[in-house]
Design a protein around this ligand. Structure first.
Ligand code: HEC
Ligand SMILES: [Cu+2]
Length: 322
């Protein structure tokens, strides 16, 4: 009951990888230690209350009480004020510092898979340099082996955080921070931008899917195939609408276009607008028509000049082919 809000695919208390497990362990240690200290302080406080009542019952003389209080008072000051905090802090540091060190991406025998993630207001660009894939808002990674995330930002400071896999790390313009994460088993996790980055910071989610090696390779092959050919009909009237209204920020074939999330792989994504709504036919139509209501202030201009029929034809042309 007490921890009811701590479950789910975005909880640091349900670790699914080594780094996250360390953090959860440290968290439980700190919670345990501080609970013990709190109970001890409350116990002493209660003791002090009752002891005072006993003393006022009047056997000891005032002078004795003063001496007694001075000596025990000093003991308490030294014991409770110096020794106890020093011991508590040393114990927590002895526990916490090695955990912090284990999270540094130290060299491995074999270089881990590299995924470059760039924060944009308010979406994520995801690039696999070795595989030559650029996609957005969704990360596929192999389970059971380490992955190095190279993190940076295109505009303001964002922070990359997938709580079930590990700690968060800032994404800073002009700088690359490396975070090594591993998912122990296949699974789906949710991440979230963890540094306030403007109006739609809260709707800057990322979906992470850890796949068995074989399935990951298939995913890579499917994305490479998407990038090699256009999955959309270039002769459709919607292709012209796209060219004139959308192509300065998005691409559906060829090179990725900076400015908006990649749409060549759109059909492989489960969510739209960095987790704002589900990606199905209806969701895509709603996004094109109402995205400024669904995610106010987002950096895609509204297309009021395009009527509903044009937009729904465009959605069909862009959307999931399967
Ligand atoms: C000025 C640049 C710009 C133009 C022009 C533009 N977009 Fe976008 N688009 C964006 C940005 C930025 C986002 C990300 C919004 C967010 O999630 O915050 C986006 C998001 C999207 C998404 C959701 C993608 C995802 O994976 O979440 C779709 C679909 C999309 N745009 C389609 C279109 C279409 C179709 C047009 C033309 C009618 C268009 N866009 C015109 C910048 C643009
Ligand atoms: Cu952000």
């Amino acid at each position: 009951m007490l921890l009811g809000g701590c479950e789910g695919s975005q909880s640091a208390l349900q670790p699914a990888g080594g780094a996250a497990r360390d953090i959860a362990l440290l968290w439980w240690w700190m919670l345990g230690t501080s609970t013990v200290i709190l109970l001890a302080v409350v116990g002493l406080w209660l003791y002090a209350q009752f002891r005072h009542q006993d003393d006022s019952s009047g056997q000891a003389g005032p002078q004795n009480i003063a001496d007694f209080d001075r000596i025990t008072g000093r003991r308490w000051l030294i014991g409770g004020g110096l020794v106890l905090p020093t011991v508590a802090i040393v114990v927590l540091l002895a526990f916490g510092i090695p955990i912090g060190h284990r999270m540094l991406p130290l060299p491995l025998d074999e270089a881990p898979l590299r995924i470059e993630v760039t924060g944009h207001q308010w979406w994520w660009e995801v690039h696999y340099p070795e595989q030559g894939i650029t996609t957005a808002n969704q990360i596929h990674m192999p389970a059971g082996r380490p992955v190095d995330f190279h993190l940076t930002s295109n505009d303001v400071i964002h922070a990359f955080w997938v709580p079930q896999l590990g700690g968060k790390l800032d994404m800073i313009p002009g700088r690359i921070n490396v975070l090594r994460l591993q998912a122990d088993a296949p699974g789906r996790f949710r991440g979230q931008c963890a540094e306030f980055c403007g109006l739609q910071h809260a709707r800057m989610r990322i979906k992470v899917e850890a796949l068995p090696e074989e399935a990951f390779n298939q995913w890579v092959a499917a994305r490479q195939a998407d990038e090699a050919r256009s999955v959309r009909d270039p002769d459709s009237p919607s292709a012209q609408v796209f060219d004139s209204h959308c192509s300065q920020c998005h691409s559906v074939a060829g090179e990725p276009t900076p400015g908006g999330p990649d749409l060549r792989h759109l059909h492989s994504r489960a969510l739209l607008g960095a987790g704002t709504l589900r990606h199905d036919r209806d969701g895509l139509q709603r996004w094109l028509r109402d995205h400024q209501q669904l995610k106010p202030g987002n950096r895609m201009p509204s297309h009021d000049q395009l009527d509903d029929d044009t937009l729904s034809a465009l959605a069909d042309w862009l959307g999931r082919q399967q």
